[in-house]
Design a protein around this ligand. Structure first.
Ligand SMILES: [Fe+2]
Ligand SMILES: [Fe+2]
Length: 185
């Protein structure tokens, strides 16, 4: 199904960024002066790509269609998860603002915020893969085309044309930008 493919692809992009953010954050704890703009870019990705775009699609087009019947409890759990995600993303944003490169204390706070958000989001993605995607395939197959069009509308209206592509470019840049700050193996 097109909509499951879209959500799946976005989950994979999220996992890539979480892995890079974990790598960079682990260095800050040791007092390595990883540049703050790396974490600011990751924060923009969490705010725009994850929350406004990806969670926005799920909340606007998927959850309401599955909110009754056998999937009601699952959707309640997913909505509560998204609220938790917003709280942890806000804590991460605070840690990014406080971060001073080379300072182990603010680096440690940043690393803890990254780990908390990444652990939460990985679990949330696993649960969606195991339970939400099968429910979409069973119950929303006949609406695949209409929902896919609605997803495209959300991308254009909520994040603006070109932003998705710009953020994908940012994802590709993270590895090389973090690499100079990693220990030489
Ligand atoms: Fe979600
Ligand atoms: Fe998701």
């Amino acid at each position: 199904m097109k909509i499951v493919d879209t959500l799946w692809t976005e989950h994979n992009a999220v996992q890539l960024v979480l892995a890079q953010a974990r790598r960079a954050a682990a260095e800050t704890e040791r007092g390595v002066p990883v540049p703050a703009d790396i974490f600011a870019d990751v924060q923009e990705f969490f705010a725009i790509f994850v929350d406004r775009c990806h969670h926005g699609k799920e909340e606007a087009e998927i959850f309401p269609r599955l909110a009754a019947g056998s999937t009601a409890a699952l959707i309640q759990r997913m909505e509560a998860d998204h609220a938790t995600g917003r709280r942890l993303a806000a804590a991460y944003a605070d840690a990014v603002r406080a971060y001073r490169p080379g300072d182990a204390a603010t680096g440690q706070r940043l690393a803890e915020a990254v780990r908390a958000y990444a652990a939460f989001l990985s679990d949330h993605i696993d649960l969606e893969t195991q339970e939400l995607f099968p429910a979409i395939e069973q119950q929303l197959a006949d609406q695949d085309h209409a929902i896919a069009e609605a997803f495209e509308g959300i991308e254009i209206n909520r994040i603006g044309p070109g932003t998705h592509e710009r953020l994908h470019g940012m994802i590709d840049s993270l590895g090389p930008r973090i690499a100079p700050w990693m220990p030489k193996g």
